[in-house]
Design a protein around this ligand. Structure first.
Ligand code: PLP
Length: 473
């Protein structure tokens, strides 16, 4: 039998790894098996193409290239310059952006680069010698307040966590929550949608330096034109974190008012979620912020991961193909089919449906916490994650929601008909699960039901093999 290129490449890689440390080779092989068997509804995960995966496994990884294209702190960066320039060229063309920075190692890093660029562009920083020799983690709350005051008490207005915002949008477990005085905007409790009037009023009163748009768990389109109007009115910089829905922007599902690149001063993203690239981040910006963003490394980033930038270039190039637009549209078609299937079975959804790649189930009516629901689904072969819902009575740890997303299963080729079957599996599990008395974590599910659903999930996936061209033998 003649093996195709992909199978040969991955087999050779695994063989080389096995010769040094078999446990790592086994983990790589087992990960493919687990991914193939998993009904993956994690909204932030996907399956990158073999070309993306293979672009990362080479000697580009060996090169240090701190700095920016043509201005490196190391000699001999001509090939890294090529890689980064090609990735930038594709990113700019893909998103219609005047400037792109493809070095961030992750979404969090991309946000930090953007925040620092905005601060550097807009704020005069006094000398901070006083804190010089101290570990920032040792600073007390009062000292952080002093530090923020030294920066002029800069303010950030981001979406609240329970409405779907991300920790990096000004919350304390992330450095953004220490750097900025933060206030949140949320959703209208009756519609579950962003209340733009309330956002405008908060912005007028709070006068933030930065308004952050974007989310991890909001199931609707966002009117970025309206957000820019609010930002302009109060003199704020509009930053949009499109980590979750970059694939929908790339695939031209979100256009006009809903395309952040057309309206924000600066846009950050991950490359591995709906965009289907390697794990990583990127920043797109208006020209006036370009110089500051370019200083991302070494200002806040370590040396660029050249092998990952190569994979980003491949992913951006793939996303420029017409098939990617079809894929992006199918993500939303599937998400809406899933939402309709759940609603038809009486399941309550935050905001009553979806416009994007994710659906947020309110599991409260089943008497369950998000954690119990997540674990019961997992035990039944359905991989989701728990998530807070607006005004969540169970807080951010146990939660009352389940977030499900369609980018990964859409990559495998599943369509609307399969989404309806998945809605049925989810309904079966949730209605067969009961909470254990006095616990927000423990639950009971009829093992026969869990077993049946696992088998049905496997049957559902069988006609849609993952990485069909990859045969590891
Ligand atoms: N921004 C948003 C909106 C996210 O949802 C996430 C991750 O889930 C991130 C940033 C962080 O991305 P990363 O894990 O690549 O740092």
């Amino acid at each position: 039998m003649t093996l195709n290129v992909e199978s040969t490449a991955f087999r050779s890689t695994i063989e080389a790894v096995r010769a040094v440390e078999p446990r790592i080779a086994d983990a790589i092989v087992n990960e493919l098996r687990d991914q193939r068997e998993s009904l993956k509804l994690i909204a932030s995960e996907n399956y990158a193409s073999p070309a993306v995966l293979l672009a990362m496994g080479n000697w580009l990884s060996d090169k240090y290239a701190e700095g920016a294209i043509g201005r490196r702190f190391y000699a001999g960066c001509q090939n890294v310059d090529t890689v980064e320039a090609v990735a930038v060229e594709h990113a700019k063309a893909l998103f219609g952006a005047p400037y792109a920075y493809v070095q961030p190692h992750s979404g969090i890093d991309a946000n930090l680069v953007a925040y620092w660029a905005i601060l550097a562009d807009r704020v005069e920083v006094p000398h901070l010698r006083k804190f010089g020799k101290r570990q920032v983690n040792d600073l007390t709350g009062a000292e952080w307040a002093e530090l923020r005051a030294a920066f002029g008490n800069q303010r950030m207005l981001g979406m609240s966590l329970d409405a779907g915002g991300h920790l990096t949008h000004g919350f304390r477990p992330n450095i953004s929550g220490k750097m900025f005085d933060q206030r949140s905007y949320g959703v209208d409790p009756s519609s579950g949608r962003i209340d733009y009037q309330a956002l405008r009023e908060t912005a007028r009163e709070f006068k933030p330096l930065i308004i952050v748009g974007g989310y991890s768990a909001y199931p609707r389109k966002v009117d970025f034109a309206a957000m820019r109007e609010i930002a302009d009115e109060v003199g704020a910089t509009l930053m949009v974190d499109m980590a979750h829905f970059a694939g929908l922007v790339a695939g031209k599902v979100f256009t006009g008012d809903y395309n952040p690149v057309e309206h924000a001063h600066i846009v950050t993203t991950t490359t591995h979620k709906s965009l289907r690239g390697p794990r990583g981040g990127a920043v797109l910006a208006q020209p006036e912020l370009a110089d500051q963003v370019d200083r991302g490394c070494p200002m806040v980033l370590g040396g660029p991961l050249s092998h990952v930038m190569a994979a980003k270039a491949i992913a951006f190039a793939e996303a420029r193909q017409p098939e990617f637009a079809t894929y992006a549209q199918q993500i939303v078609t599937n998400s809406q089919a899933l939402a309709e299937g759940l609603l038809r079975r009486g399941i309550q959804l935050v905001s009553g449906g979806t416009d994007n790649h994710l659906v947020l189930i309110d599991v409260h009516p089943f008497g369950l916490t998000g954690r119990q629901a997540e674990q019961a689904l997992l035990a039944s072969g359905v991989v989701t994650n728990r998530n807070a819902i607006p005004q969540d009575p169970n807080g951010a740890w146990y939660t009352s929601g389940i977030r499900i997303g369609t980018p990964a299963l859409t990559s495998r080729g599943l369509g609307a008909a399969e989404m309806d079957q998945i809605a049925d599996l989810i309904h079966t599990v949730l209605s067969s699960t009961t909470p254990s008395a006095g616990s927000k974590a423990k639950y009971q599910i009829d093992p026969v039901v869990a077993d049946q659903v696992s088998k049905q999930a496997a049957d559902l996936l069988a006609p849609f093999p993952l990485y069909p061209g990859v045969d590891l033998g």
